[in-house]
Design a protein around this ligand. Structure first.
Ligand code: AOF
Ligand code: ZN
Length: 365
C-alpha cells in the first residue's frame, strides 16, 4: 500500500541508526500514528539486548496509541525472549492497524506475530517496501533461514576492473571520500577477512578508525604461514584475530595473545584452505557476517564456490590497461557467458569522482 511507503522509509532510516550494533538481532524501527494519522511516537532497537523498537515507539506515544497505527519494518515478535511479546503490548495499546515491511524469518516468530494480531481483530498490512526491508536485514535473514554467516566482498577497481598494477601499486585507486565509506561499511560487519597475500603486499590494519565505531574481528587465511606476528593485522589492540592455516608448524611460532590459530582442512585441490570450513567455524564462534577485503585470488575462490551474498564495488575513473595488472576476482573458471556468476544491482551512488555499486549475488536454488 503506497500510503505507508514514506513512513516505512522513515522506519528503515531510523532502524539503520543502529547499524553494526544489533547483531545477532535485527535492525528494527517503528512509528506510531494516532487515529488522525499524526506521528505520536517512534523508536528503534538501539543495540543487542535493548528494548524492541515497537516498545520504544509505543512508550513515546502513551495514551495516543488508541485507534492508532503502528508501522514497523519487521513483523512484531510473539515470543517471550529478553522481553515479553511485542504483539501483547500492541493489543493492549488499542492499536487498530499494524503495517509491516517483512515477515520475521526467526522460526519462533515467522508469521505467528501477524496471526496473533489478526486474531485480536487488528488490521495487518504486510510487505510494505518489502525489498528495502529485506536488504536492511539481509544478514539476519541469512542467519535465520540458513544458519550460515552472511558473506560480503568489498573491492575498489579502476574502470578496467583492476585493483593494482603488475608491480602491486594500488595506493590509492579511489578518493578519500570513498575510503571513508569503507570505514563505515567495516563497522557493520562482525569480522573482516583477508589473505596472506594482501597482508604481505599492503600490510593493512583492517580496523575501523572512525570515532564510536567498533573494530571488527580480523580473520586471516594463510595456508603456508607466510605472515609473521609483526604485520599490522596481528597488533594486539584488544581485537580478536583468527589465523587459519594448513601448516602444522604454527605451534612453534609466536603470535600475540589476541591471535587464535586454527588448523584448517584443505579444499578439493588439496592446496588451499577449505573456505566453507572457515565460514562455518566463524558462525559457530558467534560471528554473523564477514567482509572480505582481499585480492583477486581469494575473492575469486569465494565467488567460484558460490559463498558470497553481497558486493560493495567502488569504481574509479582510471584505466591501467596492462594485461599483467591485477583483477579484483580471478579463477572463477567461467568459459561460457551463460554460466557467469550473476548479481543484481541494488544501489548505485556517484561519490565524485568514483562510482559506488552495491549488488547481491543471485542465489542458486
Ligand atoms: C530485536 N529488536 O526491535 C525486534 C525484534 O533476543 P530478544 O528476546 O530480544 O528477541 C529477539 C527476536 O525478536 C529477534 O530475533 C526477532 O525475531 C524479534 N524482533 N528483535 O532485537 C526488535 N522487533
Ligand atoms: Zn518484540
Amino acid at each position: 500500500m503506497k500510503k505507508y511507503n514514506n513512513i516505512m522509509k522513515k522506519c528503515i532510516r531510523l532502524a539503520s541508526k543502529a547499524i553494526g550494533k544489533t547483531l545477532p538481532n535485527p535492525m528494527v524501527g517503528a512509528y506510531v500514528l494516532d487515529e488522525f494519522d499524526n506521528i505520536v511516537g517512534y523508536g528503534y532497537h538501539k543495540c543487542y539486548g535493548s528494548l524492541h523498537a515497537e516498545v520504544e515507539a509505543i512508550k513515546m506515544a502513551g495514551e495516543k496509541t488508541k485507534n492508532g497505527t503502528l508501522i514497523v519494518n519487521l513483523e512484531p515478535c510473539s515470543h517471550y525472549g529478553k522481553t515479553p511479546p511485542c504483539v501483547d503490548l500492541i493489543i493492549k495499546s488499542d492499536i487498530k492497524k499494524v503495517v509491516i515491511g517483512m515477515v520475521d524469518p526467526n522460526p519462533i516468530v515467522r508469521g505467528n506475530g501477524i496471526k496473533k494480531l489478526e486474531e485480536a481483530g487488528i488490521e495487518v498490512i504486510k510487505n510494505v517496501l518489502n525489498e528495502q526491508c529485506q536488504l536492511l536485514n539481509a544478514t539476519f535473514i541469512k542467519n535465520m533461514e540458513e544458519q550460515k554467516i552472511f558473506v560480503a566482498i568489498k573491492t575498489a577497481t579502476t574502470l578496467d576492473g583492476k585493483i593494482a598494477t603488475s608491480n602491486n601499486s594500488s595506493k590509492w585507486i579511489t578518493s578519500p571520500k570513498a575510503r571513508r565509506i569503507v570505514q563505515k561499511i567495516r563497522n557493520s560487519y562482525d569480522a573482516i577477512l583477508t589473505s596472506a597475500n594482501t597482508i604481505i603486499n599492503d600490510n593493512p590494519y583492517l580496523n575501523c578508525r572512525v570515532k564510536n565505531y567498533k573494530s571488527p574481528i580480523r580473520v586471516v587465511l594463510d595456508s603456508n604461514l607466510r605472515t609473521t606476528n609483526d604485520y599490522n593485522v596481528y597488533k594486539d589492540d584488544g581485537v580478536k584475530v583468527y589465523l587459519f592455516t594448513l601448516n602444522d608448524n604454527f605451534k612453534n611460532i609466536y603470535f600475540n595473545k589476541n591471535v587464535t590459530i586454527v588448523k584448517a582442512p584443505c579444499d578439493k585441490s588439496k592446496k588451499h584452505i577449505n573456505l566453507e570450513f572457515v565460514l562455518n567455524f566463524l558462525y559457530k564462534e558467534g560471528i554473523r557476517n564477514v567482509l572480505i577485503e582481499a585480492g583477486g585470488t581469494l575473492n575469486g575462490a569465494f565467488i567460484k564456490e558460490n559463498l558470497c551474498d553481497k558486493l560493495y564495488h567502488f569504481i574509479s575513473p582510471k584505466v591501467i590497461s596492462d594485461n599483467k595488472a591485477k583483477s579484483w576476482a580471478n579463477g572463477c573458471d567461467v568459459f561460457d557467458i551463460n554460466n557467469a556468476k550473476k548479481l543484481s544491482i541494488k544501489k548505485t551512488k556517484f561519490i565524485d569522482p568514483d562510482l559506488f555499486v552495491i549488488a547481491f549475488f543471485e542465489k542458486l536454488s
